[in-house]
Unconditional design. Structure first.
Length: 65
Protein backbone atom coordinates (compact mmCIF):
# COMPACT_ATOMS: atom_id res chain seq x y z
CA UNK A 1 0.00 0.00 0.00
CA UNK A 2 2.87 2.37 0.78
CA UNK A 3 4.32 1.69 -2.63
CA UNK A 4 1.06 2.65 -4.34
CA UNK A 5 0.80 5.88 -2.35
CA UNK A 6 4.44 6.72 -3.07
CA UNK A 7 3.89 6.07 -6.76
CA UNK A 8 0.82 8.32 -6.83
CA UNK A 9 2.71 11.12 -5.06
CA UNK A 10 5.60 10.82 -7.51
CA UNK A 11 3.23 10.93 -10.49
CA UNK A 12 1.50 13.98 -9.03
CA UNK A 13 4.78 15.82 -8.47
CA UNK A 14 6.04 14.97 -11.95
CA UNK A 15 2.76 16.28 -13.37
CA UNK A 16 3.28 19.56 -11.54
CA UNK A 17 6.76 19.78 -13.04
CA UNK A 18 5.38 19.12 -16.51
CA UNK A 19 2.79 21.87 -16.05
CA UNK A 20 5.43 24.34 -14.85
CA UNK A 21 8.04 23.47 -17.48
CA UNK A 22 6.88 25.98 -20.14
CA UNK A 23 7.17 28.82 -17.63
CA UNK A 24 10.58 27.65 -16.49
CA UNK A 25 11.84 27.21 -20.06
CA UNK A 26 10.76 30.66 -21.21
CA UNK A 27 12.16 32.52 -18.21
CA UNK A 28 15.24 30.45 -17.35
CA UNK A 29 17.74 32.51 -19.36
CA UNK A 30 15.87 35.80 -19.69
CA UNK A 31 14.46 36.61 -16.25
CA UNK A 32 16.11 37.15 -12.91
CA UNK A 33 15.86 34.49 -10.24
CA UNK A 34 13.27 36.54 -8.36
CA UNK A 35 11.13 36.90 -11.50
CA UNK A 36 11.42 33.17 -12.19
CA UNK A 37 10.32 32.27 -8.66
CA UNK A 38 7.49 34.81 -8.80
CA UNK A 39 6.27 33.30 -12.07
CA UNK A 40 6.43 29.79 -10.67
CA UNK A 41 4.54 30.80 -7.54
CA UNK A 42 1.90 32.48 -9.70
CA UNK A 43 1.49 29.36 -11.88
CA UNK A 44 1.64 26.85 -9.00
CA UNK A 45 -2.08 26.72 -8.08
CA UNK A 46 -3.04 25.92 -11.69
CA UNK A 47 -0.22 23.40 -11.96
CA UNK A 48 -1.38 21.64 -8.82
CA UNK A 49 -4.85 21.21 -10.34
CA UNK A 50 -3.59 19.18 -13.33
CA UNK A 51 -5.47 15.99 -12.34
CA UNK A 52 -8.80 17.84 -12.43
CA UNK A 53 -8.06 19.32 -15.86
CA UNK A 54 -7.02 15.90 -17.16
CA UNK A 55 -10.21 14.29 -15.86
CA UNK A 56 -12.31 17.07 -17.38
CA UNK A 57 -10.57 16.67 -20.75
CA UNK A 58 -11.11 12.92 -20.68
CA UNK A 59 -14.82 13.22 -19.87
CA UNK A 60 -15.34 15.98 -22.45
CA UNK A 61 -13.85 13.82 -25.19
CA UNK A 62 -15.92 10.78 -24.26
CA UNK A 63 -19.16 12.80 -24.63
CA UNK A 64 -18.40 13.55 -28.28
CA UNK A 65 -17.76 9.97 -29.35
Amino acid sequence: MRLVIALLVIIYLVGIGVELSPTIQTKWNTASAADLVASIIQELPDAMAWPARLARRMTDHSDHI
